[in-house]
Every structure is written in C-alpha cells, then in structure tokens.
Design a protein around this ligand. Structure first.
Ligand SMILES: C[S@@+](CC[C@H](N)C(=O)[O-])C[C@H]1O[C@@H](n2cnc3c(N)ncnc32)[C@H](O)[C@@H]1O
Length: 382
C-alpha cells in the first residue's frame, strides 16, 4: 500500500478528495492501483447517472445505492445534483469508506448519504432480509459486473432501475471468447461490430440473471463509450412475460470472416449459414439481445436532465442511431477493398438515395448502421 496523498477535485457541482493522480503517475503507479479509485474519464458515465436520478426524483422514486462507491463522488453527486432523497454509498475497502465519509462532510450531505463498508453481495442479501430496497441500484465494479448482478437484483424495487458498468471489454467484445462464454454464457469472437456485440451480450446476460429471480430486465439505455459498456434496465416482475420477451428479442448471428453477417431471431440454436458473398461456412455467435437497447422516451428525458455537453453528445449519438443490430465498419471494408476509407456522411447519403435506412453508430466513429447488406455497401464503395 502506498502512502496516500489526497487532492481536492471538482466534478459537476461537488468537490471531493481522491488520491492525487499526478503524484501517483510521477511514482509510476497506474491509477488503477491507487488506494482509493478515481477515474476522471468516467465523468460522462457519472453525469448520465445524475440525469437518471434527477428523473427518478421527479417521479417520486428517489432512493439510490452505489454498491461500489470508491471516493463516493457518484453518490454524492446524486445527493447534491439530483437532489435524491436518500442515498447509500458502499465500498468494501475501508480506506475508500474513510474518504467517502470525508467527502460527505465536505459537501454537507450527512443527512442524505449513508455509508457502509461491506462486500456488495453480502450487503444486498442483508438489506433484502431487512426489507430495504431502492428505486435505483448502481453497480460499477472493477472489470466484469457479471458476478454481482444476481445479488444486486435482490434490492431493486419493482419499477426501479438497475445500472451496470462493465469495463471488461476484451471478453465482452469477443477478444477472449472463452472468457466471454465463462462470464456471460455467450459464444462469440471479435468481429467488425464488436462494440455493439458487447452491449448485446451484456443485456442478454442480465436478462437471464433477472429471469432466475422471476424478474424481467428491460434495457432503457445501453451504450459503449471509451473503455466501458454501460446499461440501464427497468426491473419488473416478469415470470409470465419472459417467454414473449425472449422470443421477440433474443437471437443469434451468423458471422463470416469476410465481414458479412445475418441475424436470426430465435431462442434455439439456428443452422449455420453459408456466406452469400464468399461461400464460406459462417460461424454462429450468441445468444444475444437483438431487440432495442434504447427506449426513445427515456433517452429524451435523460438528455433533458444531462448535466454536461459531453454527456448530451454521447446521448445524442445513441438517440440518432438506427435501432437495428450492428454496423459496417468502413475502415475495415475499405482496407479489404484496398481503397481509401470514405466519409461516413457520404456513405449514409448514398445509402439513403438508394432507398435504404442509414445512420452512424454511437459506438464506432467510422461505422454505418443500415438495412442494406454488405454486398450493397461494397457496391457503393467500389
Ligand atoms: C470502479 S471503482 C468504483 C468507482 C465509483 N463508482 C465511481 O464512480 O467513481 C470499484 C470499487 O469497488 C470496490 N469493490 C470491489 N469489489 C467490491 C465488492 N465485492 N463489494 C464492495 N465493493 C467492492 C473497490 O474497492 C472500488 O472502490
């Protein structure tokens, strides 16, 4: 353990102490190894959580827990900026809890924010035993959230929201297929659309974990940004709704190394197709969520309450993209065709001229989402 030198930071409307990141970097210690974790790059992630809690406040659903709070910046921002009625900040690291208390005092929110130093899973079980549940549960672990989902669901009120961050993008994006299978029970490899595949794999996993508790987890907003995937779910009673939702929204991908793919809506394992472009046998990936990962009304509301331009821009990117699975990565296609990569807007324009729907992808700057297939895109680019 290094000697902690604290520094005062500001984010949104709160000031807070966190490990001095500059000092740490001078010593050659990465921020991930700080005694108490703080990552300024996660500001947009926290900004959007502030907006969601502001909506919940307006709906009279204003209780929230940060299961893994680190410095407490996230939960203190809900108390101050979303004006949440009751906030709970938990972390299993006693040094973090010491700093959370300090930060609570600094922001004068002692009457609103309660602190505990517990393992997240144990805390959830204990809270459920004594009948404490929240309208908003936020899970922001190091790496994969998969081991904590089942416990976190114990303390979300019906009609409440579960918010999940996953920073284990290498498995989710199919870079480590065995880890993707081990953690999320999804088969897949790295593809041309790996970021969206990761979003859809995470949603599938959380839907299935909720199903084990006779709950249904409906994605309200999910996105890939920087080094993480983030998803917000509406949690409802759901044993009876499950089969309809699974049949309408679960599916598989037939994927070919040439970049071609097709989607099959099916809970059961479908046949492997032959690629209509190169004749190879395609690989099956899934199961994944192939339905919508944004609820337009919810995203519009979040945008209204978003406390920064940066977070509004991320939300705008999500709001404007087509609601269909996956995208074509123009850089990768151009590389294969040995041509220079065209501008995204130009390709979207040409697709629309030919009668197709087309948009950008929020996840990948050089990608196009469209109902045209790869053969059509190749025609346009060639
Ligand atoms: C990524 S940080 C959280 C960052 C914070 N939510 C924010 O927005 O700044 C993860 C935190 O989870 C804590 N943690 C890890 N495993 C935990 C567990 N099983 N129960 C409770 N806290 C845990 C770590 O001590 C660390 O502070």
């Amino acid at each position: 353990m290094q000697e902690i030198k604290l520094r005062l930071y500001r984010e949104g409307k709160v000031s807070f102490y966190a490990t001095d990141l500059e000092e740490l970097s001078k010593k050659g210690i990465p921020y991930t190894k700080a005694d108490v974790f703080y990552n300024p790059d996660m500001k947009v992630n926290r900004d959007i959580s502030v907006a969601v809690n502001s909506i919940l406040k307006g709906d009279g659903k204003s209780t929230a827990i940060d299961m893994m709070a680190a410095t407490g910046v996230r939960s203190i921002r809900w108390a101050v900026e979303s004006n949440s009625d009751k906030v709970w900040a938990n972390d299993k690291n006693p040094i973090a809890v010491h700093i959370i208390r300090k930060n609570i005092m600094l922001n004068n929110v002692e009457d609103k924010v309660k602190v505990t130093c517990r393992d997240a899973g144990m805390l959830a079980s204990e809270l459920r035993e004594i009948g404490i549940k929240f309208w908003y549960v936020d899970l922001d672990p190091f790496g994969s959230p998969a081991p904590y989902i089942r416990d976190s669901l114990k303390i979300v009120r019906k009609g409440g929201i579960l918010a999940v961050t996953a920073t284990d993008t290498a498995p989710l994006f199919g870079v480590y297929p065995m880890k993707l299978f081990r953690y999320y029970r999804v088969l897949g490899i790295r593809t041309h659309f790996h970021k969206e595949f990761g979003i859809r794999a995470l949603i599938y996993f959380i839907l299935m974990e909720a199903a084990l508790r006779d709950l249904i987890a409906i994605p309200l907003l999910a996105y890939s940004h920087l080094h993480y995937v983030r998803a917000y779910f509406l949690i409802e009673r759901g044993a009876l709704k499950f089969s309809r939702i699974a049949e309408e929204n679960l599916g598989w991908v037939n994927y070919c190394e040439c970049g071609n793919w097709s989607i099959k809506r099916s809970v059961e394992l479908p046949e492997r197709d032959i690629c209509n472009l190169c004749g190879s046998r395609m690989r099956l990936m899934g199961p994944i969520w192939i339905g919508l990962y944004k609820n337009k009304e919810f995203v519009d509301k979040v945008m209204k309450f978003a406390p920064s331009e940066e977070s509004k821009n991320v939300l705008k990117g999500i709001a404007e993209e087509l609601d269909i699975p996956f995208y074509h990565n123009l850089d990768l296609i151009s590389k294969k065709l040995k041509i220079s990569s065209p501008g995204v807007s130009k390709v979207i324009e040409k697709l629309k001229e030919r009668g197709f729907s087309a948009s950008r992808s929020h996840a990948e700057p050089k990608a196009v989402k469209t109902n045209a297939d790869l053969a059509e895109i190749i025609k346009i680019l060639s």
